[in-house]
Design a binder for this molecule. Structure first.
Ligand code: FAD
Length: 390
């Protein structure tokens, strides 16, 4: 097999890159090691920055998002038993966020690709990349029992944090930055209408909680827990009890419903520099991870492939390599801004026993500042909806 761009991974990064290349008349093959069903059902992000939503529309895959996505113009911060609204759009030049699940973004991108025809192979196995320092890199894999080699001009490593592309780069060529956190998120998807019109980020001495949503009928709720916590110790009743305790304020109550899905996710900050080696380009979680508090992971993945697609278009249409050469540095400016924002939101909102009372009072001071100073609130708002230029 031969193609222009071989894409490893059918998450948001790989699928969107394939879509943008298809629009520009550039051939690609997407290889995914999971089944279509698994990829479409994997519950993850749900907050789209304005720029991500705009890109889905311009890529011709935004119709359902425009119909079913829910536009939010603010979020609420809760601390000391009070809620304070941050009017995102008022503070960030009219920009907003759209609530639309990553599962739905992925379904829309898969449906568009399968309808128009460029190859997208699920359930591939034993994927490895070779020759990335040469002019003719290749991807080896097995599919339907047979071994295959895909020769490419370029390989896009969109295979997430645990994929095979980043490890294919010689260790000495990369610099990595990493930070762990002593907490994780226990998340549930519940079949109940959200109890609030906007997201609530709650600081609480029992630990952080987040009220979010996926649709008018589906609530997404999180509580801070230990990263190594056993989900078996969290029957639904205990989760609801904790959510009531952390999110509750006078005059408001949290509606409960059947829990459809639950799981615990650890948190980490991670960046690889550079995001390119030879003819292999990394995008999305393959190159960087943020803790979910800033809602940035999916959005960064989409921002990366927008730049990568533009560089590839310049290369194929005009033989201009400058976009590809500048790819890593351009991505990393946005990545580091998002890394800082995600770390800052995480540090401000989570109970951290290692920081003691001093840390707790600093958090409350920062939250008070954010909810009383327009300058401070604007910093949060413009980062949350996504900076247009970084
Ligand atoms: C619980 C949770 C909540 C989150 N909440 C948010 C949020 O609110 N907002 C936000 O912006 N982000 C959030 N994120 C992060 C967001 O989901 C990720 O940043 C996003 O999925 C990154 O997209 P990606 O395409 O780079 O990687 P992925 O979505 O991980 O896709 C990589 C794909 O590559 C495939 N793959 C892996 N290895 C191979 C291989 N060897 N061969 C072939 N294919 C392979 C994988 O199966 C996968 O389909 C959350 C993440 C989690 C886990």
């Amino acid at each position: 097999m031969r193609t222009q761009v071989g894409i490893v991974g059918a998450g948001p990064a790989g699928l969107m890159l394939g879509r943008l290349l298809e629009q520009a008349g550039i051939e690609s093959v997407v290889l995914e090691n999971r089944s279509r069903d698994y990829v479409e059902q994997r519950i993850r992000a749900g907050v789209l920055e304005q720029g991500t939503a705009d890109m889905l529309v311009s890529a011709g895959v935004g119709d359902r998002m425009r119909r079913e996505g829910i536009v939010h113009h603010g979020i609420e911060l809760q601390y000391d038993g009070e809620r304070h609204r941050i009017p995102l759009s008022d503070l960030a030049g009219g920009r907003a966020i759209v609530i639309y699940g990553q599962t739905e973004v992925v379904k829309d991108l898969i449906a568009a690709r399968l309808a128009s025809g460029p190859p997208l192979l699920f359930d591939v196995d034993a994927v490895s990349v070779a020759g990335i320092e040469s002019q003719r890199p290749s991807i080896r894999f097995t599919h339907g029992g047979g071994a295959q080699t895909l020769d490419c001009d370029f390989v896009a490593g969109c295979d997430g944090f645990h994929g095979v592309c980043r490890p294919a780069i010689p260790a000495g060529a990369l610099r990595t930055f990493e930070r762990g956190y002593p907490f994780g998120w226990l998340g549930i998807l519940a079949a109940v209408a959200p109890s609030n019109d906007e997201l609530i980020y709650a600081h609480n001495e029992r630990g952080f909680a987040l009220l979010s949503l996926r649709s008018p009928e589906l609530s997404r709720l999180y509580i801070q827990c230990r990263p190594d916590e056993d989900i078996a110790e969290w029957p639904d009743a205990r989760i609801w009890e904790e959510l009531h305790a952390r999110l509750g304020i006078d005059g408001w109550s949290l509606a409960e419903g059947p829990v459809l899905e639950k799981g615990i996710t650890g948190m980490r900050s991670f960046v690889t520099e550079p995001m390119q080696y030879g003819r292999l380009f990394l995008a999305g979680d393959a190159a960087h991870i943020v803790p979910p508090t800033g809602a940035k992971g999916l959005n960064l993945a989409i921002a990366d492939v927008k730049l990568l697609a533009a560089g590839l278009v310049d290369y194929y249409e005009r033989g201009d390599r400058r976009g590809l050469e500048a790819y890593s540095a351009a991505c990393l400016r946005r990545v580091w801004r998002a890394e800082h924002f995600s770390w800052w939101m995480t540090s401000m909102l989570h109970r951290d026993d290692t920081a003691g009372d001093f840390g707790l009072v600093l958090q409350l001071s920062q939250l008070r500042y954010l909810t009383t100073s327009t300058a401070a609130a604007t910093t949060l708002a413009e980062n949350y909806v996504g900076l247009e230029t970084v």
